[in-house]
Design a protein. Structure first.
Length: 365
């Protein structure tokens, strides 16, 4: 485990004692990195240290962080401004234990001028030796991550569209049920995809056309261009295709195949077949489960390299981590989802989710 330390001048002395204490645990695989400051005599602004430490923990360069200032308050406030950093200011061993067990805090904040050394070291030990309890706490922490991911920027929020239609929510509830059969699951996925078409095509450009009714001539509307492409990500994306084609029968269908490299864990292309005029089309990439977002982001990049410009990602269930991943790489892409869930578990599955969509579509679970 890699632990990063940081303090301002007021927390320097306690930080140094914590560093010595943790150094005795190096034989247990604990690695300690000190981001400073390096003196109690020179005044340092705590946000500079707090944000640097918090960013290194949030981006997983280090596993956990410990911050110390005069009271710990300033450090915790600053660190918690960084998405993915969850800093807990504690003043007792029980608080140190609970901030891990219930809140999954990845940063510990302490007061250098308000905490006795022996108490501080006991808090550090309790914090390091306590695991996250998960269960009901996963749901609660997941809601924080959900809000954080979707509110991190106005552009992200505006590009995420959660379809709240009662029929969609009703059918999503059924496909979540593990007792739903393969046949029912497959049919419902198509139905949900078809219902989502009304929202994902809301902004298509219309043009006026003259038509003659049985009574008289009038002005009606037609979709301008009528060039659309549906691109499912193999294999689970195939389950959504027919539901969309029922309402957009003239859309052309491309396919993107990706697998995850077992060593690098990065998506690798193994198949890509797109309409020859893909650059002229409104493109809907289909990926039922937006989990980590790696495959979706890679598929979007692949379509862009082939000339695709106007791209929309359509999902059944999305996790905040996946939304954030896609928008960090492709801020121009609209995401439509039937549900935004809480978080990913340690195995990369969406919680509460519905399991593996591909297995449930094709009966391979």
């Amino acid at each position: 485990m890699k632990i990063v330390l940081g303090s301002d001048h007021a927390g320097f002395n306690l930080k140094e004692e914590i560093k010595k204490h943790l150094g005795k645990m190096s034989e247990n695989g604990l690695e300690v990195i000190d981001f400073g400051t390096n003196s109690s005599a020179i005044s340092v602004d705590y946000p500079d240290i707090a944000i640097t430490v918090a960013e290194s923990v949030a981006n997983k360069t280090y596993d956990k962080g410990i911050l110390v200032c005069g009271t710990g308050i300033g450090m915790s406030i600053a660190a918690n401004k960084v998405p993915g950093a969850y800093a807990a200011l504690v003043c007792s061993v029980e608080m140190a234990r609970l901030c891990r067990a219930h809140n999954n805090a990845n940063i510990l904040a302490l007061g250098g001028r308000t905490t006795k050394l022996e108490d501080a070291l006991a808090m550090v030990d309790a914090w390091l030796n306590t695991d996250f309890d998960e269960g009901r706490h996963s749901r609660r922490v997941g809601k924080i991550k959900n809000y954080e991911s979707c509110k991190v920027s106005d552009s992200c929020h505006k590009k995420l569209n959660i379809i709240e239609h009662p029929l969609v929510k009703h059918k999503v509830g059924i496909i979540r049920d593990k007792k739903t059969t393969v046949k029912e699951f497959r049919e419902l996925v198509q139905e949900i995809a078809g219902l989502m078409v009304y929202e994902i095509t809301r902004n298509l450009v219309l043009e006026e056309v003259k038509v003659e009714t049985p009574i008289t001539e009038t002005i009606a509307y037609s979709i301008a261009g009528k060039k659309m492409a549906i691109v499912p990500i193999l294999r689970a994306g195939l389950g959504m295709v027919d539901g969309i084609l029922q309402l957009i029968p003239n859309a052309k269908v491309g396919h993107v195949g990706l697998y995850r490299d077992p060593e690098t864990l990065e998506p690798v292309e193994y198949y890509c077949k797109l309409p020859g005029d893909i650059e002229e089309r409104d493109i809907f990439i289909l990926d039922p489960m937006l989990a980590t977002g790696g495959s979706a982001a890679a598929a979007i990049e692949l379509v862009k390299r082939r000339g695709g410009k106007k791209i929309t990602l359509v999902c059944l269930i999305a996790a905040p981590e996946g939304v954030n991943k896609v928008h960090s790489h492709h801020p121009d892409v609209e995401i439509y989802t039937a549900a935004l869930d809480d978080h990913l578990n340690d195995h990369g599955y969406i919680v509460p989710g519905l399991g593996d969509a591909g297995d449930r579509l094709f009966g391979t679970r």
